[in-house]
Write a protein that binds this ligand. Structure first.
Ligand code: PLP
Length: 498
């Protein structure tokens, strides 16, 4: 007999539930003459029947989605060690502030006179980010990191064009994220990769060789995706500036720098911040993000319109920007994210932000020390806020980073970042962030240690993980190659999952 339990929550598709004619709404009876839909809209616009349309009651729909929502792993449930992504806990005060009626319901086309508070929020965030990064001006428009880097490269192109030659190439270190070459290509540049040294930094000698009059900029993440801070940065910037090229810094890893070091002070010309990483906006699931771009004075004239302008006693939008690259986003960016970032910054204050950075670095290094006896660490340079192991030792026993990540699910954790950055063979990339306690870190370390031991005693157990979930290993290649995107009614009409 098939048993349907709310505990194991085996859940049929909504389309497979319910029965014909069941509805989840109640409408009052019609008090105007009925209109024939086909006559009014035309036959081609009216469907006689929607195949497989779910016919369920309100409570069935609510329970279905509520049950599904409990299947999700979330930062509110436990450590989310995805590296590069900076999945940290979001203090609820940010949410409280973002939901204040005057901010949450502000309309982007509200007259300036009625939007002074919202404009003040944006102006204060711009000023705070300029101070944190050591840059001269900030635009809040870009909606995410990838969007910010495109904006930044378009700014560089605009400046170089004005100087007479937009140039041809963007240099990108081999530890880069895939968004970097994509950005360069969309902005009309070719990409040249430069190698990292054994300690994971930019090779200055190679850089000196490849920077010429065709290079528009170097685009790098610092600390890079190995979690290594490139302390040659001033030298790197000097080589580029000498040849009239610029330095773009990807700000995804600012969680390791805020309050400690300012990119504007070590030669960076333009950078962005991922508000949904460093400044505590809920992250993941594709929700709105923020990728403000911060620039040195030379790039300010090209920032997208409108810019905020302080008149004698009020804020105004300045649309008269003849050299601007145009708008990169409707209105002024994702306003709710802007509010959360400012709330986070003000709640922490300068000392609090610095402490967060110090704790993030401490937590990553604690994990590094505790797991180093069990996993290979190919780049042994001092780590910052994330640490990247390799699966080399486990691979000899036939277990790969993806298997270890799946086994971690059985221990109750979300997997770390698998197989990135690409320059580490079989990467296990772990970023705990400052929001985790020692207790939680120890649980994670225990799980990772136990798995390393399982690999030695019972590799098949790890290879076939996860074992505690509704579905174990899925055919990922099949799902990518032969996706089934259209639901078809089941022939049997079965209403229960088995
Ligand atoms: C997160 C991240 C990106 C992408 O940023 P989005 O804000 O998701 O667009 C690119 N590069 C690195 C190194 C990152 O960590």
């Amino acid at each position: 007999m098939k048993v349907r339990s709310h505990i194991t929550q085996n859940e049929a598709l909504l389309f497979e539930m319910g029965s014909p004619g069941k509805v989840g709404y109640q409408l009052p009876s019609l008090d105007v003459p009925a209109v024939d839909a086909v006559a009014a809209l035309g036959r081609e616009n009216v469907r006689a029947e929607i195949e497989g349309f779910p016919e369920v009651s309100e409570v069935e729909a609510i329970r279905h989605f509520t049950r599904l929502s409990t299947w999700n792993y979330a930062i509110d449930l436990g450590l989310y060690p995805l590296g590069s992504c900076t999945m940290k806990y979001n203090p609820r005060v940010n949410e409280l502030v973002a939901r204040l009626d005057g901010l949450a319901w502000a309309h982007p086309y509200q007259p300036e006179a009625l939007a002074q508070g919202a404009m003040e929020v944006m102006a204060r965030l711009e000023a705070a980010l300029a101070e944190i990064t050591g840059m001269d001006a900030v635009t809040l428009q870009p909606a995410a990191g990838a969007h910010g880097e495109l904006t930044g490269i378009l700014l560089i192109r605009a400046l170089l064009e004005k100087r007479g030659n937009p140039r041809k190439k963007i240099l990108i270190p081999d530890s880069a994220h895939g968004t970097n070459p994509a950005t360069a290509a969309i902005a009309g540049y070719t990409v040249e990769n430069i190698h990292s040294t054994a300690s994971g930094m930019v090779d200055l000698a190679e850089l000196e060789r490849v920077v010429d009059k065709d290079v528009a900029a170097l685009m790098m993440t610092n600390p890079n995706t190995l979690g290594v801070f490139d302390d040659n940065m001033a030298g790197v910037a000097e080589i580029l500036h000498k040849k009239g090229a610029l330095v773009y810094m990807y700000g995804a890893n600012m969680n390791a720098l805020v309050g400690i070091a300012r990119p504007g002070d070590f030669g960076v010309d333009v950078m962005h911040l991922n508000l949904h990483k460093t400044f505590s906006t809920p992250h993941g699931g594709g929700g709105p993000g923020g990728g403000p771009v911060a620039v040195k004075k030379i790039l300010e004239p090209f920032l997208p319109a409108p810019r905020m302008k302080r008149l004698r006693n009020r804020w105004a939008f300045d649309y008269k920007r003849p050299r601007a690259i145009g708008k990169v986003r409707a209105y002024y960016g994702n306003f709710g994210v802007i509010v959360r970032a400012l709330a986070y910054i003000l709640a922490h204050g300068g000392d609090g932000l610095r402490n967060a950075t110090v704790d993030a670095v401490l937590n990553a290094n604690y994990i590094r020390r505790k797991l180093e006896p069990f996993y290979d660490l190919p780049y042994t340079a001092p780590n910052m806020h994330e640490v990247v192991f390799s699966d080399d030792r486990q691979a000899k026993l036939g277990v790969r980073t993806g298997d270890i990540a799946k086994r971690l699910i059985d221990y109750g954790f979300h997997p770390y970042t698998v197989s990135f950055p690409l320059i580490v063979h079989g990467a296990l990339m772990i970023e705990p962030t400052e929001t985790e306690s020692k207790l939680e870190l120890d649980l994670f370390i225990e799980a990772m240690t136990a798995i390393a031991k399982e690999v030695e005693t019972d590799p098949q157990l790890v290879r076939s993980a996860p074992h505690s979930t509704r579905t174990s290993k899925v055919d990922e290649v099949g799902a990518a190659r032969r996706p089934i995107l259209r639901w078809k009614p089941r022939e049997t009409g079965s209403q229960t999952a088995d």
